[in-house]
Write a protein that binds this ligand. Structure first.
Ligand SMILES: *Cc1c(COP(=O)(O)O)cnc(C)c1O
Length: 416
């Protein structure tokens, strides 16, 4: 979304719905989804959108309508998928710490697969399946031990990470699973990290996982699918990002002649560049060493700069008047880490509208109420139509869970 084409629209949206405001473009969601299904068409993959990137119900509903499956990491995300009309039968349950209640919920809902990350998790899923009298479909998440060459906080495929089963333990883990009565072993998966800008680790991971598929077949453990996770990066600034067609070609060569269904779990690359955050300039503050553009969005709305030192392009809607100057774009929160961008050149003044780009993924889904701020409203635009897809939170909503307790009396802790 470039401000020059859209400044009138963005200004109207901010005037109508207020700021801070997340704005998503439906055609960009569709295009990003189709980029995967087109590039990988020859392999007919199941694309499972990673809900944690952006779990807004209207966004999930849109992906469900396109035929997408879902990758979830909590019972809450499963509830979101179901509330949006998504298909549990196309939903994969990932994550290192699934609770018994979450496993039960997912088994009863009929999820496609549990992506299992440890032996104790296999045992827990077995126990719940026995209790419910069901068979649980499982895939083991194997850590291929390749360097994804991304930010340490979002790199997950190295030995030192908490994610997945160690490559060298993989065969033993499958044998363990095969000995459990109520598990149905159907696949294998990996996910080596996020915002990958290089194709080679993805291809190398696929190669290493396929070696295991062959070793398992030799032992009589036949898998139906291989899931390569998510992780393809997007352009925030001027990064080179992997070409999906090249990725698909490489995977097709590796899968050639095998009866393995391909699954993918992209998150960021389906939504990241379909969204922007609109924020209004409150004040310009000239510091002794730095200038600050103080805006009405903050780290509670968009945490990525504080958490990952992430870069989001920021522009003044309409270009701004007067001389450009260098400043940090900061929110009102009482934290030095509360910035949306540092050392940016902008022409703007109080009252101007700024657009923060590439804010569709890991942005609204990471929002919090820090400093008792209400979470932002979200809108989805489709051509010239606009729809509110999340109402701006109210202070009454924030206070409700605590107000209900204000008048309650302390009670002795009950014995169980
Ligand atoms: C976060 C995550 C994804 C999505 O990653 P992106 O980098 O957003 O594509 C996919 N699979 C798993 C298991 C994840 O944890």
């Amino acid at each position: 979304m470039t401000t020059h084409d859209n400044s009138t629209t963005l200004t109207k949206l901010a005037d109508t719905f207020g700021t801070p405001l997340y704005v998503y473009q439906q055609s960009a969601l569709t295009d990003a989804y189709r980029a995967y299904t087109d590039a990988f068409a020859a392999l007919n993959p199941l694309v499972c959108y990673a809900v944690k990137a952006n779990g807004n119900l209207s966004i999930l509903k849109h992906f469900a309508a396109l035929g997408s499956g879902f990758d979830i990491v909590s019972g809450g995300e499963l509830a979101r998928v179901l509330a949006a009309g998504g298909d549990a039968g196309k939903t994969i349950f990932s994550g290192v710490g699934k609770s018994e209640a979450e496993i039960e919920f997912a088994l009863n809902a009929g999820v496609l697969c549990f992506n299992v990350e440890s032996l104790p998790e296999l045992d827990r899923i077995q126990a719940v399946a026995v209790r419910l009298g069901k068979k649980a479909p499982v895939s083991l998440r194997i850590n291929p031990d390749v360097d994804a060459k991304t930010h340490p906080y979002i790199s997950t495929g190295l030995k030192a990470n908490k994610f997945g089963i160690a490559y060298t333990d993989a065969l033993a883990a499958y044998r363990h699973a095969a000995a459990l009565s109520h598990l149905n072993i159907i696949g294998i998966d990996c996910h080596i990290g996020s915002q990958l800008t290089d194709l080679s680790p993805l291809v190398e991971a696929c190669e290493r996982i396929l070696l295991l598929v062959d070793q398992l077949a030799a032992e009589g453990i036949m898998l139906k699918h291989i899931d390569l996770g998510g992780g393809v990066g997007i352009v925030y600034d001027n990064e080179e990002v992997p070409d999906l067609a090249a990725y698909a070609d490489a995977v097709a060569k590796l899968l050639d002649g095998r009866e393995l269904k391909l699954m993918l779990e992209p998150g960021r690359s389906l939504v990241g560049n379909a969204g922007v955050l609109l924020t209004r300039v409150e004040f310009i503050k000239q510091g002794e060493e730095k200038n600050f553009v103080i805006v009405d969005a903050a780290m509670n709305d968009l945490m990525r700069p504080a958490l990952y030192d992430a870069h989001h392009r920021i522009e003044t809607v309409g270009g701004g008047e007067g001389e450009a100057f260098t400043a940090d774009v900061v929110g009102p929160i009482c934290e030095t880490g509360d910035f949306l961008g540092q050392n940016r050149r902008l022409a703007c003044q109080a009252g101007d509208l700024l657009v923060v780009h590439s804010a569709g993924a890991y942005s609204s889904s990471m929002a919090s109420n820090y400093n008792a701020r209400n979470r932002a409203a979200e809108v989805l635009i489709n051509g010239s139509d606009v729809r509110l897809i999340r109402q701006r939170e109210t202070i009454e909503q924030q206070l409700a869970n605590e107000q209900a307790c204000l008048a309650s009396q302390p009670q002795p802790l009950a014995d169980n």
